[in-house]
Design a binder for this molecule. Structure first.
Ligand code: NDP
Ligand code: OXD
Length: 308
């Protein structure tokens, strides 16, 4: 049996080393250097080449290397009997909470304006927003969104959250799927941490932006395909959205010619909100590899029907 690591661009060597450190008996291979295609039963993928899994007839489980599984769900060449799992670790939620807290603090303290002013030696004071003046609305209250909500609450922000099924988070106002309008009408800083599915693709559009409470801001840390780029540009140009912080894009790296670059009202980070740590991920991968071989229930298995 072997465990295969597959990625188009990510260095898988640290993951191989971390897995072998936990259990040196596991035969870990890095695509495309595979000795015997039939021996692969468990694979780990991040932005894998499409169709690659049709070469491995005995693969039973594919784990995403991250929390998101859209790259696997969208690959219709992966047979239906293959189970899909994902990585959930405390540090993924912790990093995401840091990223969102930083973005929200920068918005209320108008950090981006001061960074711009510094370029031309301009000394001008701007009125900052008070924490209780703006409500932060979190789209998606799952493994990451629920922790982000708690971090923001501890830091004195007023927080609302939206999920398919209504959640209870002490101190936050929560809304179910059919209460999106009520949620948006209360939200100033909209933070997206939804999984990318058929239902959520393109959710960040002009119609949604128009329902936000003014002044309105956007933080997208989920997937680029959630956002309709032209609608964001229109919303920024017309003042409907004052500033956007974007970590994810439908094409990554974001092409040099993309209109988002060079816009003062957009802060861009290169998909770094939360990065999977090899040592932490290896613990979970080894556990699920062993469970696959012994036929036990897997940890963090994804519902392929629901797409997350
Ligand atoms: P989870 O699956 O744990 O949570 C998803 C949440 O979204 C749930 O609360 C779910 O509702 C809600 N949801 C899903 N579909 C809908 C819908 N149609 N309407 C309303 N709510 C919906 O995901 P995670 O929190 O672990 O991760 C979220 C995403 O974050 C990942 O899929 C990934 O794309 C992104 N991510 C980005 C990173 C980065 O560095 N930028 C790093 C890691 C992840 P319910 O609870 O009712 O099921
Ligand atoms: C993830 C990501 O899904 O890094 O974990 O985007």
């Amino acid at each position: 049996m072997s465990l295969l690591l597959v990625s188009n661009h990510r260095d898988m060597a640290p993951f191989k080393a971390a897995i072998e450190k936990i259990d040196s008996n596991i035969d870990v291979e890095i695509w495309p250097n595979v000795k015997n295609l039939n021996r692969v039963q468990f694979a780990v993928a991040w932005r894998h080449p499409k169709h690659v899994f049709s070469q491995y007839p005995n693969v039973k489980v594919i784990s995403s290397l991250g929390a998101g599984v859209d790259h696997l769900i969208q690959d219709k060449t992966i047979p239906e009997h293959v189970k899909i799992t994902r990585i959930i670790t405390s540090s993924l939620a912790d990093q995401m909470s840091d990223y969102i807290l930083t973005a929200c603090l920068n918005i209320i303290r108008k950090t981006e304006i001061y960074l711009e002013q510094q370029k031309t030696g301009k000394w001008k004071v701007h009125k900052t927003y008070k924490k209780d003046e703006l409500t932060i609305g979190i789209l998606g209250l799952g493994e990451l969104g629920s922790k982000v909500t708690k971090r923001l609450l501890i830091n004195g922000f007023s927080v609302a959250g939206w999920s398919r099924t209504k959640k209870m988070i002490e101190g936050a106002e929560t809304f179910a799927e059919d209460e999106l309008t009520d949620f948006l009408n209360r939200t100033n800083i909209l933070v997206n941490i939804l999984p990318l599915t058929n239902q959520t693709e393109g959710i960040l559009d002009l119609g949604l932006f128009k329902q936000l409470k003014q002044p309105a801001f956007l933080v997208n840390a989920a997937r680029g395909e959630h956002l309709v780029s032209e609608d964001l540009i229109y919303a920024l140009d017309t003042g409907l959205i004052k500033h956007a912080v974007l970590d994810v894009f439908s094409e990554e790296p974001l092409p040099e010619s993309h209109p988002f670059w060079g816009r003062e009202k957009i802060t861009i980070t290169p998909h770094v909100a939360s990065i999977t740590d090899p040592d932490e991920a290896a613990e979970l991968l080894v556990e699920n590899y062993k469970r696959t071989l012994s036929g036990m229930a897997l940890l963090y298995e994804v519902d392929r029907e629901k797409e997350y």
